[in-house]
Structure formats: C-alpha cells, structure tokens
Design a binder for this molecule. Structure first.
Ligand code: SAH
Length: 453
C-alpha cells in the first residue's frame, strides 16, 4: 500500500508472468499485474486499481520488447476477453504452459524427478474451435451487433471474424447479422430482459463438415423462419440441422433445456480417428478435434493396453476416451454424472459396433464404490474430471482398488497436483505431457501417468 497511486503512470520491468497471462512488475515486494506484457520487457504503465496486496495496471508503452513478442493478428485483441496470449509467439506460449506445469509439480509438489514433456502444440494454431456461441445485441445506433464480450464485461464487440473459430462460423455470423437486420428481428437486451435472439450457436464436424445452427431465443418462434432457413441452407450446403433453443431465464447460461428442430435432422456426426460420434445441441464434445486426437493417443499410450485389461473411464462424458480404449482392452466401464451424456455414450458404442463397454450414469465417487462392492477389479483407470478435480472419496476408493496404472487427464493442473499427492503413497508419478487444446488462451491441459509401486 502506498507504493503506487491510482491513475499515476510508472515505468518498470516485467519479472514474471501469471497463469492468467498477466505480466508482473514489482515495487519492493508489492506486485502490479499488467495484461499484455511479457517477461524482461521494460514498460510504461498506468495504475488503474490499487488493493492491499496488489495493484492492476494498464500497458501504455512497451519501451523494450521481449524477443517473444509478436504482433497480435486479430484486430479485436486489445478489447476482446476471448484470447489472452496473442502477443506471445506460439512457441513461447507452449513453453509458458509447460513451465506452469513444472512450477506446480517440480516446485510446489517437490516432484523434481518427474519428466514434464514439451507441450504438444498445433501445426496451424488458428481456426480450431468447432463450436461457437456468439452473443447477439443492439449497438448504440440501434443496429444489430454480434461478437464476443469485452474483457470482464457483457458489452459486445461487433466483429466480422474471430480467428480461432472455423471460417464457416464467421461467415454464418455475418449472414445471420444481415438477416436479423433485413427482417427487423430484435436482439435480446440483457438489462431489460426483452427482445428475441440471444445467441447464435454453430457446431461443425471437423471431418464430416456437417453443420448445426442453433438460434437461442427468448421466445417461442423465430419470425421469417422459412425465409431464414432457405437463405442459410442455400448458401451453406453442408447444414444438416437448424434448431431453435428456448432460453427464457434471466441468466448468463447460454442455452435453455429445450430445443426444436426446424430444419433437417436432430444431430450431426463427427469422427475422432476411426470412431464416429453423434453431436446434439446440448451434448459435450471436445472443441479442438486435432488436439483431442493427440490427447487421447497419449492417454492410450500411457494405458499400455494389451487386450486383457479391465479399464475404468471416470468422468467419461459421451464415452470418447473409453471408446478409444475399448478395442485394446477386455472391458471398459465408464461413469459420468450427466445422464444424457451416458445415453450418448451407449449410442456411440453401438454405432461403432463396440460391445465390450458398460456406461453408468452417476457421480464417479458413488459408482466407483458400487463397482468395488461388485468385485470389479480394474487394471487401468483413466480420470478426466472438471476443473475442481476429483472427489476425496473417489481418490480413497481408487487407492483401495489398486489398479496397475492410472492415467489422469486434467484441464486444471493445480487440482491434478492435489489429487496426485493423495495417491503417491502407493503410486509413482512417471511423467506428464501437456497438450495445447486452446491456443492463444491461458488454458493448460495435461495427461499424467501413475504406476503402482
Ligand atoms: N472424458 C470426457 C469428458 C471430460 S469433461 C471427454 O474427454 O470428452 C468432465 C466430465 O466430468 C463432464 O462430462 C462432467 O459432466 C463430468 N462430471 C463432473 N462431475 C462429475 C462427478 N462427480 N462424477 C462423474 N462425472 C462428473
């Protein structure tokens, strides 16, 4: 406190980068966090917020740039809250993500002997998202606006394209914007809870190229529906499904619980390696297909299956990891808390003629106890929990079930470290591979291999 003042301009050198991608300048030991700056850079910044233990600054000028600094290719980058690392070269992004895992496991967890491999990156790290959820709103002059939110706000940046979405998604966004203008269809207004169109959601199969378009509306029907469907399907021959999704709640949740198909089929399909998956409007499906294949291939390599193993796939979603492993195992048991996802997993197994899987709906921590009582003895367990990591009961039961190997996939290495620390009495952490699922954002995904001592 007292070391910097709000609205004052200072000069300093960036000494560190936080996991949110913010540069850190220190005054004595007091940190000032400044977005869009990089380690070793000399910068001029303005303090915009002063708190007891830290301050936040805004970059004014880079006086001497880092060797890793690149020109962000996106014109909306300075304002948009979607990406955080476009000013850092892709090579350096991969290294930053690896360092974050090293800091956690080598330094915090003191597991200094464990190899943390280089982050597996993308060859062309742009246009990788197969799903876009684009907010629709009204601009200052009453015009329709579509694009992503400004950082820490719900103000829409009206955009023509987003460089991490597929090209089709961008073209669709522009076409829908024109159609809404042409037919005077009102965008939703969050403040007043009035107006109709809230989001445009577009999903596209990476291999199949099949497209699903979803209008998320605060209402029951879309005016000029026939004209809009005709215009879209005329231009995009690969549209297989158009839906209305009904979201009447005053909330930030993008999609409501019910939808109606207004054109074509209920689902689209996509492929991961040799497997076909059905994708609905509400089901979870990995966003970055090429990287997902690399992630699952690494998980399969770590599982070292010979065809004789019983495998548990915990937090299985629509069964993707388990179905990847099934052809190489004796039997796969999958568990997932969302019942619809389990129905998808069962259908996906059938569709791919895989008959050695059992998928059960329920919390992993409960179902694993049930399996233990039934005497199921897994050789390999894969886990892929949400950001908060695994439940304590789950980890305890896992220790008792004593599989030979545990393959832990995580989207949050800090909870992964916590869970792995609860397993290290009986298990040795052998290695970790980070995989870049979300280039230009700060998200880090990892696969870890544990073997029984
Ligand atoms: N393995 C899948 C999904 C991973 S996402 C894939 O690669 O596609 C994590 C999943 O964990 C989500 O589907 C979420 O619904 C599920 N989940 C969250 N809490 C859970 C719990 N307590 N028990 C089982 N599944 C849970």
């Amino acid at each position: 406190m007292g070391l910097v003042k709000k609205n004052e301009v200072y000069e300093g050198e960036v000494v560190d980068l936080t996991h949110e991608g913010h540069g850190v300048v220190k005054k004595e030991r007091y940190p000032i966090f400044i977005p869009q700056t990089l380690v070793d850079e000399k910068i001029k910044y303005k303090v915009i917020k002063v708190k007891k233990n830290f301050a936040i600054g805004k970059l004014i000028e880079v006086q001497s740039p880092s060797q890793d600094r690149v020109e962000p290719p996106c014109v909306y980058y300075q304002q948009c809250g979607g990406c955080q690392l476009q000013h850092l070269s892709y090579e350096a992004q991969l290294e930053m993500k690896r360092k974050q895992v090293i800091n956690l496991f080598h330094h915090k967890g003191k597991m200094t002997h464990v190899p943390i491999h280089p982050t597996v990156g993308m060859e062309h790290p742009w246009h990788y998202r197969n799903k876009s959820q684009i907010p629709v709103g009204t601009g200052r002059h009453n015009e329709v606006e579509m694009g992503f939110y400004r950082q820490r706000s719900h103000q829409i940046i009206d955009m023509e394209q987003c460089l991490i979405q597929y090209d089709d998604q961008n073209e669709m966004m522009n076409m829908v914007k024109d159609l809404l203008k042409k037919y005077h269809i009102a965008p939703y207004d969050e403040q007043q809870h009035k107006g109709l169109v809230r989001h445009l959601v577009v999903r596209k199969g990476y291999y199949t190229q099949e497209i699903m378009v979803i209008f998320v509306i605060n209402g029951t029907k879309l005016p000029y529906q026939d004209e809009i469907v005709a215009a879209l399907t005329q231009k995009f021959k690969n549209i297989k499904s158009i839906k209305l999704n009904f979201q009447h709640d005053r909330s930030n949740v993008v999609m409501g619980k019910t939808s109606r198909t207004i054109y074509g089929q209920e689902i689209i399909e996509d492929q991961l390696e040799q497997l076909t998956f059905e994708i609905g409007d509400l089901s979870f499906y990995q966003i970055n297909v090429t990287q997902t294949q690399k992630l699952y291939a690494k998980a399969l390599e770590y599982a070292k299956l010979t065809g004789r193993e019983t495998v548990l796939d915990a937090y299985c979603g629509i069964g993707t990891i388990g179905l990847f492993m099934a052809p190489h195992a004796k039997h796969v048991y999958g568990v997932e808390v969302v019942a619809e996802a389990i129905e998808d997993a069962q259908r996906n197994a059938q569709k791919n003629h895989i008959s050695n899987t059992t998928f059960v709906a329920g919390a992993a921590e409960d179902v694993i106890l049930k399996w233990q009582k039934e005497g199921i003895q897994p050789d390999v367990v894969t886990v892929d929990p949400p950001r908060k990591g695994c439940d304590e009961t789950f980890i305890q039961t896992l220790n008792q079930l004593a599989p030979q190997r545990i393959v832990y996939v995580s989207c949050n290495p800090s909870t992964q470290l916590r869970d792995i620390e609860s397993l290290t009495d009986q298990y040795e952490l052998k290695e970790i591979t980070p995989v870049d699922m979300f280039p230009h954002t700060t998200h880090v995904e990892t696969v870890a291999l544990l073997e029984r001592k």
